[in-house]
Design a protein around this ligand. Structure first.
Ligand code: INI
Length: 153
């Protein structure tokens, strides 16, 4: 039996990456962006373009535009904080569905880098105090960009 395993490397060479970042909860998303850019720089990504949108709800549309314009992968960064309204659930579920749809419709990996947290404190834990999820999501972006290249070739 021959078993072949295909997986993407964490290499940035020859990659053009798009990042869509929500300004809503900017204190958190700004930190996620820093973590992501740090990862891309350390892995030698050729080119990163960052697009800012008002809130997480707007992420899928901007991600779609980037996915259609030749980026190897798109990283979507946002922070949805529960608070006291039902808005949280609506925004969190729409952005998750939207990002998945863009990825499947376009064939371009769109990484779901939207943290959903109970409060800001929990958000800060994930955006730099304990770890920076932005860095981790950027690693997934590299892996998927390289994997899709391999599966195309
Ligand atoms: N947008 C977020 O990115 N995070 C949130 O926590 C949030 N909440 O809870 O309201 C939020 N709302 C704004 C939304 O994304 C849109 O920008 C707005 O509804 C305009 O379409």
């Amino acid at each position: 039996m021959e078993v072949r395993v295909v997986e993407g490397e964490f290499m940035g060479e020859n990659l053009k990456i798009g990042v869509v970042v929500a300004r809503f909860n900017d204190l958190l998303t700004g930190e996620l962006l820093k973590g992501a850019l740090d990862c891309f720089e350390r892995h030698g990504v050729d080119r990163v373009d960052v697009v800012k949108v008002p809130g997480s709800f707007e992420i899928p549309l901007a991600a779609k535009k980037l996915a259609e314009r030749g980026y190897d992968a798109v990283l979507a960064l946002g922070a949805v904080v529960r608070g006291e309204t039902k808005h949280f659930d609506l925004v969190a579920s729409e952005v998750a569905k939207g990002v998945a749809k863009v990825s499947l419709d376009t064939g371009v990996p769109v990484i779901f880098g939207v943290i959903t947290v109970e409060d800001e404190l929990q958000g800060f834990d994930r955006a730099g105090v304990k770890s920076n999820k932005g860095f981790e999501y950027a690693m997934a972006t590299l892996e998927m960009a390289n994997l899709m290249k391999k599966l195309r070739d």
